[in-house]
Design a protein around this ligand. Structure first.
Ligand code: SF4
Ligand code: SF4
Length: 343
């Protein structure tokens, strides 16, 4: 992030708005990954599930997403799902229009479908491909987005690889290094990120890492970081992984990112995982990256996090006061997806 963007983000926080938006642009996904949080019954708080929401397609989806961006004016938007590449025609329309608004975009996909090489021309776009370990484990979990399919889909494109470490692979000697070596050798790869599986409170998923597995995995990242330049897991992020935020109230990521589900209305709280995530076991790279920024010392014992939390409280109070004194106007109607021509 550039200095001007930090100042801009701070201004958004002081005005009571989230500088980052995450939008589930579709509820559809051709995969059925074990441990998927988007389709977990708790994701939307327990009443409704993602598959029961209505979602949008075509020009209507494009118009509604742009209207959301114009309303919230974020600095960064993540387009997720389901799998957002289910709506790749809509993404072809959205990405240039979002770029023109000066907003950074992240598209998170399984790469079950071709990522257009032409998207490399967008300076503010990052396409993140989720890969669950080496080929045998990945293919078993993520068919039809197998290694073979991903390698075809990313040809000529520029992508970031993101892998979530689960208990099933955390204990295997040399496994993570083989993964990093394999993907570091591909010309399409810009960066490699890892997260650790983040469970809901009280869950017993087989993917959950034990404290020992967590510590060993973080040490492995530390060692690999020295050897593989594309691995983007800096020490300040690793220290946050060792000591995640205690609860969503202490999570800068949760407090600066507004997450909206596929009906483009339902909020997902407290963060992208939804439900009641176990922050003490959080392994989300985005959350840890922002936590690391929060611990950055500014002067003496004052950290960027102290300034952030004070600004956030002030911004939210200011927004609530402003909305009470002068309620915001109703959002402009979204134009219909087609015009009915009168005879
Ligand atoms: S690709 Fe993502 S959204 Fe689809 S099932 Fe897998 S984890 Fe869930
Ligand atoms: S991103 Fe992690 S630390 Fe932040 S609220 Fe969600 S689970 Fe908790």
């Amino acid at each position: 992030m550039k200095k001007s963007e930090v100042v801009h983000a701070w201004a958004r926080i002081l005005s009571g708005r989230a500088p980052s938006l995450s939008i589930e642009i579709t509820k559809e996904c051709p995969l059925r990954c074990p441990g998927c949080y988007a389709f977990d019954a708790a994701h939307l708080g327990g009443g409704t599930e993602l598959r029961q929401l209505s979602d949008y397609k075509g020009d209507e989806l494009v118009a509604r997403v742009l209207a959301l961006l114009d309303e919230h004016k974020p600095l960064h938007v993540s387009l997720v799902g389901g799998d957002p590449m289910v709506r790749y025609r809509e993404l072809e329309q959205l990405i240039p229009q979002i770029e023109r608004r000066g907003i950074h975009t992240q598209v998170v996909t399984s790469a079950f479908r071709t990522i257009p090489a032409a998207w490399s021309r967008f300076k503010k776009l990052n396409v993140v491909v989720s890969i669950d370990g080496l080929q045998p484990e990945h293919d078993a979990r993520r068919k039809p987005a197998t290694y073979e399919r991903i390698l075809k889909s990313i040809q000529g494109a520029q992508v970031t690889i993101h892998s979530t470490v689960t208990a099933q692979i955390a204990d295997r000697p040399g496994y993570l290094e083989e993964f990093v070596r394999f993907w570091s050798a591909r010309p399409e790869i810009r960066k490699i990120w890892f997260s650790l599986f983040t469970p809901q409170r009280g869950a017993a998923d087989p993917e959950i890492l034990s404290p020992r597995q967590r510590a060993v995995t973080i040490d492995t990242f530390r060692r690999l970081q020295e050897q593989y330049p594309l691995l983007d897991m800096p020490e300040m992020v690793l220290r946050e992984l060792e000591q995640p935020p205690a609860n969503p109230g202490e999570c800068i990521f949760a407090r600066t990112t507004k997450t909206i589900s596929a009906d483009l209305t339902t909020p997902i709280t407290p963060c992208q995982f939804g439900g009641n995530p176990d922050c003490s076991q959080c392994g989300c790279i985005a959350s840890m990256g922002l936590a690391a920024v929060g611990h950055y010392p500014l002067a003496g014992k004052l950290t960027a996090g102290h300034v952030f939390f004070a600004s956030d409280r002030l911004g939210k109070r200011w927004r609530s006061l402003r909305d009470t004194l002068s309620p915001p106007p109703a959002p402009a109607p979204v134009p219909p997806p087609f015009n009915i021509l009168q005879p």
